[in-house]
Design a protein around this ligand. Structure first.
Ligand SMILES: [Zn+2]
Length: 417
């Protein structure tokens, strides 16, 4: 059997256990052995990789991916023709894997079949990219986040980056359509947003009846549901209906934090703070006025407070999110890990456990994805340096010596593969 014996490495296994020196054996697409042994077994017919004392860790997992976002504003995505759009999406998938991200949980794709087709190509080995849970367009209500229609211009019945569903029947139709097209995830925009919606961040335009209808379809089709929830009410609504992933949660109050804590074994929170952080300091750039920047600064301060409380309460908070805008371009995903450490006060180990082991749970493979142990899927990263001592090393692609996905080398260590 072909395989790899990776030796002379310090192993961070994704569980938070103290890193240890040793070696890892890979056969097929699985890790078959992890241990202190440093010499390859006699019958081992595979390739020996000398890790040079670097850190071997699980591949990173992006919890809020938008591979179809094109580093442009979302309303501009409507003008991107499908042919160009598919190519951009394919390129982003390769870039994400180049950055050491071997799995991606999609938080919406701006056309219904971009993720679905990409996933099929990746799984067939025809295009490089992370393991992908595919999503369709964000689902919103009239006037909600993503409804860019204006009464005086022709109405787009289905805006390309977002689908509008008013009322339970329309919601069921939209969700069933996406399920039919093959998505794994749905994304609902429950709350408003700062400056890009007619409803602000602290309002909740989607109704209980609409969310309930979406969940009914999701359960029948076994889809995971993620939701844009900035307002306090939207977080409570998400919890009430059993939504799996709550994005942002900026304005959660103490009572909502109690409910999140009670549901912490079931629910994930993804703050996706990169946008808020970057726009808080963006005055004068990307058309952001000083006044708007100050509003993001306020939202950032509230979020830091709320997320610090979540960390202390043991709520599963995942790094990653919303890369694909001009102010959060593709390829800068690992900056989110730095934000967790530098801005939110997570330890590097807590951050990396969230980006690996917890990410594996989010992807639907608890215990076999995002961990380095015998029997787990062989998604591995060999890093020159110690990300636990300096998390920014993961932003340096040249420090990623080896990237392995599903037992195959995407990036081979120098002089091999
Ligand atoms: Zn997003």
């Amino acid at each position: 059997m072909t395989g790899y014996f990776i030796t002379n490495v310090r192993i961070f296994d994704g569980t938070g256990r103290e890193p240890f020196s040793g070696s890892v054996r890979v056969e097929g697409n699985r890790i078959t052995d992890v241990g202190p042994v440093t010499t390859p077994p006699r019958q081992h017919g595979g390739v020996v990789i000398d890790g040079g004392g670097g850190t071997l860790m699980p591949g990173l997992i992006e919890s809020h991916a938008h591979l179809g976002f094109a580093d442009i504003m979302s309303h501009e995505l409507t003008r991107l023709p499908p042919e160009e759009h598919m190519l951009v999406t394919v390129r982003n998938a390769k870039l994400m894997l180049d950055c050491g991200y071997t799995s991606a949980f999609s938080a919406a794709s701006p056309k219904p079949r971009l993720d679905v087709v990409l996933k099929r190509e990746i799984e067939a080995g025809s295009a490089p990219g992370p393991r992908l849970r595919a999503n369709g367009p964000e689902i919103t209500v009239t006037g909600g986040l993503g409804d860019s229609n204006l009464l005086h211009v022709p109405y787009h019945e289905t805006p390309t980056f977002c689908w509008i569903a008013d009322g339970p029947d329309a919601m069921r139709r939209v969700c069933r359509t996406l399920a039919r097209e093959g998505v794994d995830n749905l994304k609902l925009n429950l709350s408003g947003d700062l400056g890009t919606s007619s409803f602000p961040s602290d309002q909740t335009p989607m109704s209980d009846a609409e969310v309930m209808a979406a969940m009914e379809v999701a359960r029948a089709a076994e889809l995971r549901v993620a939701a844009h929830c900035r307002s306090n009410d939207s977080v409570r609504m998400a919890l009430r209906h059993g939504i799996d992933v709550i994005y942002h949660a900026n304005w959660s109050d103490e009572r909502t934090l109690d409910e999140l804590e009670a549901a912490r074994d079931r629910v994930f929170v993804g703050p996706a703070l990169g946008i808020t952080y970057n726009l808080a300091q963006a005055a004068g750039q990307w058309g952001v006025t000083a006044e708007r920047s100050a509003m993001f600064q306020q939202e950032l301060e509230v979020s830091i407070d709320v997320l610090t409380k979540m960390r202390k309460r043991g709520i599963r908070v995942l790094p990653g999110g919303d890369y694909g805008f001009p102010y959060t371009p593709h390829g800068t995903y690992a900056r989110d890990l730095w934000i967790f450490v530098k801005v939110l006060g997570f330890s590097a180990a807590e951050t990396l456990v969230a980006a690996t082991q917890l990410g594996g749970e989010l992807m639907g493979h608890p215990g076999e994805l995002g961990v380095v142990k015998a029997g787990a899927l062989a998604d591995l990263l060999l890093v020159d340096g110690d990300p636990l001592a300096d998390i920014t090393v993961l932003q340096d692609r040249s420090a990623l010596r080896m990237i392995m996905k599903d037992g195959a080398l995407h990036k081979a260590p120098e002089g091999r593969g």
